[in-house]
Design a protein around this ligand. Structure first.
Ligand code: HEM
Length: 414
């Protein structure tokens, strides 16, 4: 194993383009020790899968507590020193372990069904067409920013529609979500995230109380109806508030980044973009290849509950382990010519949505949203001409763009 004594993956230089670093790590083996961070980093496809499929050995509760305590912050907090930090307000689905996770996920799956997602399609199509039209009219041939116009606006509108929460508070959701995800990278302080957390908790408690009084047809109402108060086999009110918050946050920045990363990947590969504009039926393949090649969630943390091994590397109990999904998705042992963006690859096993018991519950919503944005542009005869000045976000965990300048060009055949 090579030594990474001087290597910190969470510096702005690495975050700007992490892929050469993943290659350097992979050359030394699928599992490496990062002394500067006091944590293990796992980059091999098989090894990442192994960790994600052992939720009782590699705890999400410990991993997310370490994240919330600043394990990835740029000040170089030691990961192991935060292993035992208890962040009580974090007991959301994503940061719970079995058996609690099993109970909540089972109960939530009653309402968050593929059918419920499919039923949203006509309304979402209408919303998306409105946003595309508005963006193209507003720009009227001049430079525009795809991130502000579509990547941010559409996902936040979709989740507001799904939960039937007032769109007038869209900017607030976005700022709560930014503060809570920003703490993962040090872009927001723990205090800012705590204030945002308290505000969003109050807001969501109010929404659940309103649905109890007068249920509608939205996801929160379905959750309330399916989980009557007093039934021991029901989600509690607190469970539902935390699920509402998780849905609001988990689907926002991630899907924003998928839409932006996809636009940027196509801009960098104009031949493939031309094929997609000629045949939107290729969009599902583009979405999967983008998720693999430039994963919106680069990695996640887990905490080792016991002395264990990953492959032939010994991992002591209380170690923090970063499972690097984005590196696994470019593992050359798993994907031939892994560094190349290739929409003909037919990839169906990338790890961008995780693996095992925490596999992303919103994967079908995210895929639907990304497809809809590009389908709507193509059907409206709008092309995207990329301009100089694309700016990456500075968050290691969530890879995307803060600015993506484009010109919306009206295509001749439209
Ligand atoms: C491109 C967009 C998205 C990406 C890349 C993504 C990625 C992920 C990943 C990697 C996980 C696993 C986390 C872990 O194992 O620690 C996850 C979990 C989750 N995601 Fe997503 N996600 C996306 C969109 C969404 C959307 C749109 C929603 C909801 C509407 C959503 C809701 C969730 C929930 C509730 C979980 C927790 C599941 C559990 O712990 O059992 N995600 N997501």
């Amino acid at each position: 194993m090579d030594s990474f004594d001087d290597f910190d993956p969470f510096t702005p230089e690495v975050i700007a383009d992490p892929y050469p670093s993943y290659q350097r790590l992979a050359k030394s083996g699928p599992v490496n020790w990062l002394p500067m961070r006091d944590m293990w980093i796992v980059t091999g496809y098989d090894s990442v899968t192994e960790v994600l499929r052992e939720p009782t050995v590699f705890s999400s509760a410990k991993g997310y507590a370490a994240l919330a305590a600043g394990a990835l912050n740029r000040d170089g907090t030691s990961a192991r020193s935060v292993f035992d930090v208890d962040v009580a307000s974090l007991s959301m689905l994503i940061s719970t372990d079995p058996p609690n996770h099993t109970r909540i996920r089972r109960l939530l799956s009653r309402t968050f069904t593929p059918r419920a997602v499919g039923a949203l399609e006509p309304r979402l199509r209408e919303v998306c067409a409105g946003l595309v039209n508005e963006a193209v009219e507003r720009a009227s041939g001049a430079e525009a920013d795809l991130v502000q116009d579509l990547s941010i606006t559409f996902p936040v509108t979709v989740i507001a529609e799904m939960l039937d929460i007032p769109l007038s508070r869209r900017d607030e959701f976005r700022s709560w979500s930014d503060a809570m995800s920003g703490v993962l990278s040090g872009d927001a302080t723990l205090e800012e995230a705590e204030v945002a957390g308290a505000e969003i908790f109050m807001f969501m408690s109010e929404m659940i109380a309103l649905r109890r009084a007068k249920p509608g047809d939205d996801l929160l109402s379905k959750m309330v109806i399916g989980n009557p108060e007093g039934d021991p086999d029901s989600l509690t009110t607190d469970d539902m508030v935390l699920i509402g918050i998780l849905l609001l946050i988990a689907g926002n920045e991630t899907t924003t980044n998928l839409i932006s990363n996809m636009a940027a990947a196509l801009a960098a590969h104009p031949d493939q973009a031309a094929r997609v504009w000629a045949d939107p039926g290729l969009l599902p393949a583009v979405i999967e290849e983008t998720l693999r090649w430039d994963s919106p969630v680069q990695g996640m943390l887990r905490g080792a509950m016991v002395d264990t091994r990953i492959g032939d590397v010994e991992i002591p109990a209380k170690s923090i382990v970063m499972t690097c999904l984005a590196a696994a998705n470019r593992d050359p042992a798993h994907y031939p010519a892994a560094e190349q963006f290739d929409i003909d690859r037919k990839v169906n096993d990338h790890l961008a949505f995780g693996n095992g018991i925490h596999f992303c519950l919103g994967a079908s919503v995210a895929r639907l949203e990304a497809r809809m944005v590009f389908e709507t542009l193509i059907e409206a005869g709008v092309g995207l001409t990329p301009l100089e000045g694309a700016t990456r976000t500075s968050n290691f965990m969530l890879r995307g763009f803060s600015r993506l300048p484009v010109i919306y060009s009206r295509l001749a055949s439209a």
